[in-house]
Each structure stands twice: as structure tokens, then as C-alpha cells.
Design a protein. Structure first.
Length: 217
């Protein structure tokens, strides 16, 4: 459920729709595009993305939901020179999509086919009113009528509800690659591969909280 809250904290200028942010990079630098792995190991993420492995299976270890950061989701509406309350039809919009990281840090590119494979290893949502799908962009769009007092400005911010998943990827090859048929990224039983996925309502719209803010001109 979207919740409207009021505060007098100043809102920043409207930011464009953006993807979820990853933490600062901490992975091991290497020509191997599987972060944290050196060149003495196969580039399993690239092989899974390109369909070069016989099996790529995601194993979820931990999962939880939490709210993401607040983002400006509407234009700023001003009633600086008015003498009466001003009423505005305010359109609020914010979009985000799934992000992947290694050790909660280094960004990882994941193809559509590999995304589907990962999703099979993630536990389904227990809430019948919400869904989450990897790779797809989710958008929250609402039109709200709000009043701005004389000498004030106002605007909306939105924070999405995000499902976090941590686990590891099992990769099988039809022949030995770097000495082994099976590889486990970043390690068997590890929680080093992380997926942050926006939660949506059953109609596909982004789930989260909407907040109304006003401040003096």
C-alpha cells in the first residue's frame, strides 16, 4: 500500500528515473568478468550469459525485503508569490529495475536468458498481492491532488520496496574447463552473489511509499 506522509524537509530537484544503486566496488580486478575470480578459473558468468555452459543454477541462501532510498518523483510546485492556498494535480513517477552484484558491491551484467535461470532458484513471494520479476523495469506512476500554502513549495518523493536475495551459482560443463566439470560461483554454499529486485503489485506497478514534502520559498 502506498502511504502518504507530510514533512517540512526540503526536497531536491526532480531526478530522472534511475536504477537501484550498488555499493562501491570492492571486487578483485581481473580480465575474468566474473568478479572476484582470477584468470585461473573459468569466466562462469560470461559462459552462463552466452549459453556456453551445460547448466547454470542459482541457489538462494538468504532473502529479505526492505525499502530502498528516497528519490524525487515529481516536479517541484511553487506558491511563492500567492496569497491563497494553491491546488496542483501532481504526477509522480519513478522507475527502477533489477540489479546484480558480487559481494554486495561489483556490478554484474546478466542476460535475459540467464536472468530467467536465476529466477528459478529464487523462492516465490509469500504475498499473493505482490510479484517480482528479474530484469524487467518497474514503474510507479500516480496523479495526486495536493495543496501548497502561500510562500511554500512542494513535491513528492518515492522509495521502492526491494527484495534482496543472496546465494551462489552452480555451473556444469560437458568437458573439463580449467580442470573441472563443475564450478561454484563465488563458492559452494556462499552468499556472495546478490540480487536486488523491485517488488510490484499484481498489476505490475512498483510497490513502495510516496511522501509529500513542503518547504519555504
Amino acid at each position: 500500500m502506498n502511504v502518504l506522509k507530510r514533512s517540512r524537509a526540503r526536497a531536491a530537484l526532480l531526478a530522472p528515473a534511475a536504477t537501484l544503486m550498488l555499493l562501491a566496488s570492492a571486487g578483485t580486478a581481473s580480465a575474468n568478468s566474473s568478479p572476484g575470480w582470477g584468470d585461473d578459473k573459468p569466466d562462469v558468468l560470461s559462459d552462463c550469459n552466452q549459453g556456453n555452459a551445460d547448466l547454470c543454477q542459482y541457489h538462494e541462501i538468504n532473502a529479505w525485503t526492505s525499502y530502498g532510498d528516497w528519490h524525487e518523483s515529481s516536479n517541484v510546485f511553487s506558491n511563492c508569490s500567492g496569497t491563497d492556498n494553491a491546488t496542483f494535480q501532481i504526477a509522480s513517477a519513478y522507475a527502477t529495475n533489477t540489479s546484480y552484484s558480487y559481494q554486495q558491491s561489483t556490478s554484474v551484467e546478466v542476460s535475459a536468458g540467464f536472468s530467467d535461470t536465476i529466477e528459478l532458484g529464487m523462492k516465490a513471494s509469500t504475498e499473493t498481492s505482490e510479484t517480482w520479476t528479474l530484469g524487467d523495469t518497474r514503474t510507479n506512476t500516480q496523479t495526486v491532488t495536493s495543496t501548497v500554502r502561500p510562500g511554500y513549495k512542494g513535491g513528492y518523493s518515492f522509495r521502492p520496496l526491494v527484495r534482496h536475495s543472496q546465494g551462489w551459482i552452480e555451473v556444469h560443463y560437458g568437458k573439463r574447463v580449467d580442470g573441472h566439470y563443475y564450478w561454484y560461483y563465488p563458492g559452494q554454499g556462499s552468499d556472495g552473489f546478490r540480487i536486488d529486485t523491485p517488488v510490484a503489485w499484481s498489476d505490475g506497478s512498483l510497490k513502495g511509499e510516496l511522501k509529500w514534502e513542503t518547504w519555504k520559498c
